[in-house]
Design a protein around this ligand. Structure first.
Ligand code: THU
Length: 140
């Protein structure tokens, strides 16, 4: 299933809109019913407005009432036509780690994040990527 999710992230990167960085990123979310929600990065002429693939996918799931169903995430990125061809995997940016933190706290799951590279993928849990993170519980 993890390999399938990684494949979905690589496929999703084909829909990236990344004319400024030419760095195409795809994300895939596995839901608890086995279905997959994908996202791709969406850049903007005002560079800082860019939406990352992981954030797009999570916002899609939220819009469809599926936020609490997310059990795993995969991410793949690279220059157009070379996604996941690098020997090193890409990991979610800091902002995306914070977005994933919200889901992890909501679902009370240390969500695994599969990070694609040319020879497969590395898996990190959210708490490995964002130790001591700020989340909903911090507000109590
Ligand atoms: N990007 C993502 O989509 N996800 C990440 O976790 C890292 C960065 C995108 C943002 C921008 O469009 C491009 O990659 C280069 O930074």
């Amino acid at each position: 299933m993890s390999a399938e999710l990684v494949k979905a992230a690589i496929v999703a990167a084909a829909n990236a809109y990344a004319p400024y960085s030419n760095f195409h990123v795809g994300a895939a979310l596995l839901l608890d019913d086995g279905s997959i929600v994908t996202g791709a990065n969406f850049e903007n002429a005002s560079y800082g407005m860019t939406l990352c693939a992981e954030t797009v996918a999570i916002a899609k799931a939220n819009s469809d009432g599926q936020l609490k169903q997310i059990v795993a995430i995969a991410v793949a990125g690279g220059p157009e036509g070379q996604v996941a061809k690098a020997s090193d995997s890409i990991t979610p940016c800091g902002r995306c780690r914070q977005i994933i933190k919200e889901v992890a706290d909501l679902t009370e799951t240390d969500i695994p994040v599969h990070c694609a590279h040319a020879n497969g993928f590395e898996t990190y849990t959210l708490s490995q990527l964002l130790p001591h993170g700020f989340g909903p519980a911090s507000l109590k």
